[in-house]
Design a protein. Structure first.
Length: 205
């Protein structure tokens, strides 16, 4: 009986999060309210407060789920054991595919509340899945630099340059409606290949 109650609680918590993601994605952070969410799932706001203290708590949980899945994806790619250049290439292309395949998740994680993780210092100090995912990705870029695969600037800057490029492509694909955008996956292949070629050193491993 206790196990059944636990499963029911988890299922209800999941339903709240899924509905919250839809509301955040369509209405934005400013127009989100617990009452609006409650109407979406036909429960009282009081019931939702038993699981989440406020909308920032909801948003943080949604973001952490997104970054947890992203972290696991990075882990799987690294475990494939390809060489450093190919691993980084796969990571960047998979990131684009991940964002395009999960548009609501991506919008909520990046375009809802820009300070959900606090200040930049707090982001680096607190142990979150967002921080873990970024550090894992940054470590991959750093290893590419240390091995002589990439050069041109420090690993931190290079990691953010590469991320900003794929992030920009995903953002354009998700929000552009009045421009004949080429297939984003084709654009990603061309862009990532060009970026990595531009930062490649003469001697690679």
């Amino acid at each position: 009986m206790a196990d059944k109650r636990h499963k029911n609680k988890e299922a209800f918590r999941r339903a709240i999060l899924e509905a919250a993601r839809e509301v955040f994605s369509t209405d934005g952070y400013g127009n989100f309210s617990m009452r609006k969410l409650a109407r979406r799932i036909s429960y009282s706001p009081t019931t939702i407060y038993l699981y989440f203290k406020d909308k920032d708590d909801l948003l943080f949980c949604l973001c952490e789920e997104f970054y947890s899945e992203l972290y696991q994806t990075l882990q799987r790619i690294e475990e494939e054991g390809a060489g450093l250049p190919e691993t980084l290439r796969k990571v960047l292309l998979t990131y684009v595919s991940f964002g395009l395949a999960n548009p609501e998740h991506y919008r909520v994680a990046f375009f809802t509340n820009p300070t959900i993780y606090g200040s930049p210092l707090e982001f680096l100090e607190n142990d979150t899945m967002s921080r873990r995912a970024y550090l894992k990705y940054r470590d991959l870029v750093a290893r590419c630099c240390d091995a002589g695969v990439l050069s041109g600037c420090d690993a931190e800057s290079l990691a953010q340059v590469l991320w900003a490029s794929v992030h920009g492509l995903i953002s354009a694909a998700l929000h552009t409606r009045d421009f004949p955008l080429v297939d984003p996956r084709v654009l990603a292949e061309v862009m990532v290949s060009g970026l990595l070629r531009g930062f490649r050193t003469q001697q690679t491993v």
